[in-house]
Design a protein around this ligand. Structure first.
Ligand SMILES: NC(=O)C1=CN([C@@H]2O[C@H](COP(=O)(O)OP(=O)(O)OC[C@H]3O[C@@H](n4cnc5c(N)ncnc54)[C@H](OP(=O)(O)O)[C@@H]3O)[C@@H](O)[C@H]2O)C=CC1
Ligand SMILES: CC(C)=CCC[C@@H](C)[C@H]1CC=C2C3=C(CC[C@@]21C)[C@@]1(C)CC[C@H](O)C(C)(C)[C@@H]1CC3
Length: 461
């Protein structure tokens, strides 16, 4: 019988009599106490208490980020559409009040979200189970995001065939972003209020600090649902992500209106980002094991990220290209396509390898890989993609991000906003994940880190 193994700095004993287990989980100390009950684990009663250390700068971050990021979205759209496209221009270019509002924008936005809610509820595709929750149950999720993308594509083609002016999205970008920001605030308030009716096991471990500003920002409830409709899972992949490629298409149509045909740069940006979104929806099931679904509460940060940040800042290259056309030689285009291909290959293969390993470690594609055991019973891959760096999927994602900016040339910083922001996001995300894994796996995680010393970039970081 193993006793006294150290996990995340605390001691726990595998013994039939009693256990007291202190897990440091993402800066949250969880104390699980079991009474003397014999070997039947199901009979053991858990007392759960948690003190949380706050992320994203705590209360200050929770107040500043919801002010600063929405303004950043509006600022960046305006800069991308201005002739100078200079992010460092002082005073900063902000929209006039006239530019902010168009009654068409909220109608289009709510119609779009409503359409995707209907598609989500359609009995298409399979139903999959999420990971086991703290109360021992598993939620069911419809895997029909790719169907939604295809149906959206057919509807858009029909609209184009009937002469719908999709290029008008260029003029509507700022009012649409304003509406998405307003919806994000209202929706987050609804989520915060309704979380007080949720049972305690349904709250996110880091989102129930008792500080209303912080909890509103980070999200109290883990998987808020209306009946079977999972609000977080729905927002993560559908209206925002598909909305992003629709905005890109709108920018392409605007270019056609202005110059008669789309540029090679615009085609590349549209194709690369469509591939990324289609891939996410094709592999929708894999989202069920991401940090956002498994760990993070659904609050302002994710709501705004999904509904406003992703569609309006990830499409900046396309809106930039409308006003700042670029000439791209075939040779340069080929190099950029190759870079995107390499990035995509690393991203997809590494994500699929880990998902396959987590779902079925005996599967022939992963059973031959070298692994190390952890005290939780789960194993960690130390060969294959996950033996190269600790986050090969981030490496691939970053290479793609660079390939999306390069078609915009080197004359402006703005098209590189995504790759700069994304590097910061992923470095921060890696640090969060490192803390969580050290808490979960203790010594085994340290061994893994020694075996695989680089986090994202081989021999660099
Ligand atoms: N475009 C965008 O804006 C964004 C894209 N992304 C992308 O989303 C994808 C998912 O990222 P994310 O959810 O952050 O994290 P990961 O998919 O990298 O998952 C991290 C988890 O994987 C497991 N793990 C880590 N190392 C190993 C190993 N050696 N062997 C087996 N399992 C391991 C651990 O969980 P456990 O052991 O519990 O299974 C760990 O918590 C990435 O490709 C990322 O690039 C992410 C954020 C934003
Ligand atoms: C600055 C700010 C408001 C940050 C919020 C972060 C969110 C924008 C991102 C957190 C994790 C995300 C993921 C994707 C999109 C961005 C957010 C929501 C993702 C859906 C993109 C497509 C990928 O294939 C993915 C499914 C792996 C990915 C999951 C994480």
């Amino acid at each position: 019988m193993p006793t006294g193994r150290t996990v995340g700095g605390s001691t726990f004993r595998h013994r039939y009599g009693w256990t007291e287990q202190r897990l440091k989980y993402n800066k949250i100390t969880i104390t699980l106490k079991r009474t003397k009950m014999g070997p039947n684990k199901k009979a053991a009663k858990h007392r759960l208490s948690h003190e949380t250390e706050r992320e994203f700068g705590g209360t200050l971050g929770a107040v500043c980020i919801p002010i600063f990021l929405p303004l950043t979205v509006l600022f960046l759209i305006c800069v991308s559409q201005s002739p100078e496209a200079n992010v460092f221009q002082l005073p900063p270019r902000l929209p006039t009040t006239d530019q902010l509002w168009d009654p068409l924008a909220p109608m289009l936005l709510l119609g779009w979200i409503g359409l995707h809610a209907l598609l989500y509820m359609m009995p298409l595709g399979k139903v999959s189970e999420g990971l086991v929750l703290r109360n021992g149950t598993r939620l069911k999720y419809p895997i029909n995001g790719f169907h939604s993308l295809c149906i959206s594509a057919v509807l858009l083609m029909l609209l184009l065939a009937f002469g719908a002016p999709l290029g008008y999205l260029f003029e509507l970008l700022v009012p649409l972003a304003v509406s998405a920001i307003a919806v994000s605030f209202l929706f987050s308030i609804y989520l915060y209020v309704r979380s007080f009716w949720a049972p305690s096991h349904a709250l996110a471990l880091g989102g129930d600090t008792g500080n209303p500003l912080y909890d509103f920002f980070i999200g109290r409830e883990l998987n808020p649902r209306v009946g079977n409709f999972d609000l977080k899972y729905f927002c993560e992949l559908r209206p925002g992500l598909i909305g992003w490629v629709v905005i890109n298409l709108g920018m392409l149509m605007k270019e056609v209106e202005l110059r008669g045909s789309p540029s090679l740069s615009m085609i590349l940006v549209n194709c690369f980002q469509l591939l990324y979104v289609a891939d996410a929806l094709w592999n929708e099931e894999a989202v069920l094991t991401t940090m956002d679904i498994v760990h993070d509460g659904f609050g302002f940060m994710l709501v705004f990220g999904d509904l406003a940040w992703v569609p309006f800042t990830y499409s900046l290259q396309a809106s930039f290209l409308v006003v700042h056309p670029q000439t791209l030689s075939l040779l340069k285009a080929a190099v950029i396509v190759a870079l995107n291909g390499v990035g995509y290959y690393i991203f997809r293969r590494s994500n699929s390898q880990k998902n396959q390993f987590r779902r079925d470690p005996t599967h022939p594609s992963v059973s031959g890989l070298e692994t190390i055991a952890t005290a939780t019973g789960k194993r960690l891959l130390v060969s294959g993609w996950w033996g190269l760096v600790r986050h090969p999927n981030y490496l691939g994602d970053l290479l793609m991000a660079l390939a999306w900016s390069l078609p915009c040339g080197f004359s402006h910083v703005l098209p590189y906003f995504y790759v700069i922001y994304f590097t910061i996001l992923l470095i921060h995300r890696e640090a969060r994940d490192d803390r969580q894994c050290r808490a979960k796996y203790g010594l085994a995680w340290d061994t893994y880190c020694r075996r695989v010393p680089y986090r994202i970039f081989p021999y660099l970081y």
